[in-house]
Design a protein around this ligand. Structure first.
Ligand SMILES: C[S@@+](CC[C@H](N)C(=O)[O-])C[C@H]1O[C@@H](n2cnc3c(N)ncnc32)[C@H](O)[C@@H]1O
Length: 222
């Protein structure tokens, strides 16, 4: 970065911080207030990417279809590959849901602190853990819902699902966005995703066309 761009970058952050704080006050919304806190405290977090309109659309879809197909009452939700905790914040923000607690698990040690900041309005019901979804103890933890909207990022979906106790409810998303380099396990269709996951029961299977790719979602049990 050149010296000439540094003040602009600082201005941009400050403007974004002021603007999100203002919007949060106007709409009286803890999620938007959380975004403002993230911009203020974690200037390097790529939160604009995690909360862009496509990411939000995919998570609104997840929330609505989960409610429709399985209801809104959950004791303990684990969100693996949870990144900055946006889906957790959106679930806490939705009064149609009654949620005991949410744990967000991610391999990247830069994201837990940001996820905690974003979800600080629900700090007593939220925790962010740095860890590998392939190494979590699902049998002891017994979450009643496991969410993985990062299936396109993991090498072997079925091997991961095999770690979950039989009967565990899951919500899975993947996509056909093959050209994105970090997407190591995209699927070409909903049918291919259904075969890849091999769920024992399926409550919902659908696709959401976006401009550059289609997102696929399965809700069911392992
Ligand atoms: C780019 S993000 C999320 C994209 C996705 N569309 C979403 O918003 O849910 C993918 C995340 O998966 C995480 N991840 C990849 N492999 C993982 C693993 N084995 N265990 C936990 N997290 C993992 C990455 O660190 C990253 O934060």
């Amino acid at each position: 970065m050149t010296d000439a761009t540094q003040p602009q970058e600082a201005d941009w952050r400050e403007n974004a911080f002021d603007l999100t704080r203002g919007i949060a006050a106007y709409v009286d919304n803890p999620l938007v207030a959380g975004l403002a806190r993230v911009i203020g405290r974690h200037p390097d977090a790529d939160v604009a990417n995690a909360f862009n309109h496509k990411q939000v659309a995919c998570k609104l879809w997840a929330r609505d279809m989960l409610l429709q197909s399985c209801g809104g009452t959950y004791r303990d939700i684990w969100i693996v590959g949870g990144w900055y905790g946006v889906l957790a914040a959106m679930l806490f923000d939705d009064t149609r849901f009654a949620i005991g607690r949410i744990t967000s698990i991610d391999l990247d040690d830069n994201v837990a602190e940001v996820a905690e900041t974003l979800n600080s309005a629900n700090a007593e019901r939220f925790s962010a853990v740095t860890g590998d979804m392939y190494r979590m103890d699902y049998a002891t933890g017994r979450p009643d819902l496991v969410v993985n909207t990062s299936c396109e990022h993991i090498a072997n979906l079925r091997a991961w699902l095999d770690l979950l106790p039989p009967g565990t409810r899951v919500l899975l998303q993947s996509n056909d966005y093959f050209s994105e380099p970090t997407h190591i396990a995209c699927v070409p269709s909903l049918e291919a995703f259904t075969v890849q996951a091999g769920l024992a029961t399926i409550d919902f299977a659908g696709q959401l066309p976006m401009k550059k790719y289609t997102r696929f979602m399965l809700i069911g049990t392992v």
